[in-house]
Each structure stands twice: as C-alpha cells, then as structure tokens.
Design a protein around this ligand. Structure first.
Ligand code: UTP
Length: 289
C-alpha cells in the first residue's frame, strides 16, 4: 500500500525560540520567503503524500489560518488588480487537504504521533518534523524513505552521518548490517549518548515512514528523557518486533529548531537565491569593512 498520509507534529512549545514563541508558532517563522512549515508540506506533497495531518497545540492557530482561505484578503487583492498576489494566496489555500488534531498537552513527540492514531492506524504513514528543512528538488527526502519502504517494507528512518563530537545532540542508531550503500537494518538506538557510548555516528533526523504497529507501543510507552514520551524509545521496541531501516538521505538539511540554526538557514538560502545573494553580500561587506 502506498504511503499517502504525512503527520506533522507541531504542538511543541518551541522554548528555544522564546520569547518569540510565547504567542507565535515557530513553524510560521519565515525561511526567506515562506514559513518554515511550508517547506515540509511541499516536500510531503511532492513525495506523493496527499493527506496532511497536523498535530497542533496552543499558540499554533496561525498554522491553520495560513493554509485556509482568506476571503477578505483575496477579494481585496483581486479588486486592486494584484493578480499575481491573489493567485499566490489561492495556491497556498489549495495546496493540501489538511486535517488538524489537537494534542491537548505537550507530552512529547511520541505522544504527538499517538494523536494521529485515529487516522493512521491501518497503514504505514510518513512523519515530518518541520524544524528539519531538507532541500533536494530532484528527490525529496521523504520520497527517498518511501522508496526504501516500497522496496523492503517496514519502518524507515532518515539518518545523517554526524561528527563524533556532535553525537550527544541526537538519537543515534546501532546498525545490524547494511543492505546496500547507505541503507542499514537498525537493531537499537540511543537518545543523546556520550561520544564514547555512541554505537555509531548515524543520527536520526526528522523524517520517518512508520508502521502502524508503533501505536500500541506508544500507548504503553513511559515518559523518558525530559519527562516526555519519546518516539525514539518506542522505535527501539518496534525494532525488536519488525524491520526498521535507516537511510542516509541525500540532500541538504537546515536545522530551524534553534535561533542560530534558523538565522544561518536564512542566510544560506538567501545566498543561494539570485535576487537576494547580493543583498546579503552587500550587508556583510558594509558591516565588516
Ligand atoms: P522538539 O522538542 O524538538 O521541539 O520537538 P519543541 O518542543 O517544539 O521545541 P523546544 O525544544 O521547546 O525548543 C520535536 C518535534 O515534536 C513536536 C514539536 O512541535 C517538533 O516538531 N512536539 C514535541 C509535539 O508535537 N508535541 C510535543 O509534546 C513535543
């Protein structure tokens, strides 16, 4: 069965962006010319998922409004002859069928994924953490995972090789064997290990294709690191029951979950934009002269 649904857990508190995130969804912060969340949704759609499920919480209403029609604005733009902008607004609201499910308390990423059970319980589904923005126009990252799922079955996790001094920031996998270049069978995983305790330098990144068998595991899952129900803990149990594959994705990742990561992503993407590149270079030149 094709992977048609993609779940976006967006109910986290975004404490690393406070005070901005006191009332504003971090997923709505701009990444050059559109909100961070838009990049993930575009990736899921171009990977073949046509049903988007967002797990939201308080202070996230702007995400719902962004993907909704805004009649007043549309009419105003139309009546003033701003056709291009009018069409841009229509394109956004027609982008995807989105279902919003509320996570009433931010009990952790694992719990947020569990909130998708009513709509995903009978099928494999994608999960995208919007903080991780991936760029690969030819082969969107989620599509790389779906391809492996279609070939091998089972759950698939995006992996990135990280420098040994950075393993303590991520969930790190232990691999059993490699089936082909960059595709590993995963036997275990550990959240944020010390450098000397890490079983590899392969870190889990924010894209998954998950088996519905994750739901009963998540229901039993006790709170782990940070007092939150962790998806990694549930995946560890899943790996004992069903195949879990890891794929070293091809493409570029921008970590927009921290202020420095978000700022650096904006600068890097602006440098890649022919219209903005000179603006950035000019500012840097003036400031450093
Ligand atoms: P993070 O812990 O990285 O992000 O969660 P956060 O909680 O939003 O931000 P900080 O750490 O306080 O700065 C990873 C993903 O899981 C979602 C977040 O929205 C993010 O996409 N999440 C986390 C939930 O949906 N619900 C939760 O209870 C926790």
């Amino acid at each position: 069965m094709k992977v048609k649904k993609c779940v976006f857990p967006v109910a986290g508190l975004g404490t690393r962006f406070l005070p901005v995130t006191k009332e504003l969804a971090k997923e709505m912060l701009p990444l050059v010319n559109r909100p961070i969340i838009s990049y993930g949704v575009e990736e899921a759609l171009s990977s073949g998922c046509d049903e988007i499920v967002m797990i939201t919480g308080r202070a996230k209403k702007s995400i719902e409004d962004y993907f909704d029609r805004s009649f007043e604005l549309e009419e105003l733009l139309k009546s003033r002859g701003k056709t291009e902008l009018y069409e841009m607004m229509l394109k956004i609201s027609n982008m995807a069928d989105i279902l919003f499910i509320r996570q009433r308390e931010p009990l952790g990423l694992g719990h947020a994924v569990l909130c998708a059970e009513p709509v995903c319980k009978n099928e494999f589904f994608g999960v995208a953490l919007p903080d991780d923005v991936f760029i690969n126009k030819d082969a969107p990252i989620l599509s790389q995972l779906i391809k492996v799922h279609e070939k091998l079955g089972g759950t698939v996790i995006a992996l990135e090789e990280v420098a040994p001094e950075k393993v303590s920031r991520y969930g790190i996998v232990q691999t059993q064997f490699s089936i082909e270049n960059g595709i590993y069978k995963i036997s275990d995983m550990i959240e944020k290990p010390k450098n000397e305790e890490a079983p590899s330098n392969l870190a889990i990144m924010g894209r998954y294709v998950l088996s519905p068998s994750i739901f009963p595991i998540l229901k039993e899952q006790k709170a782990g690191a940070g007092g939150e129900i962790q998806l990694t803990d549930a995946l560890k149990t899943l790996a004992d029951q069903e195949p879990v594959w890891g794929v070293v994705y091809k493409g570029r990742r921008f970590d927009c979950g921290t202020q420095t990561g978000w700022l650096s992503a904006n600068i890097q993407l602006a440098l890649n934009d022919p219209e903005l590149r000179d603006v950035v270079l000019e500012v840097v030149k003036n400031e450093t002269e």
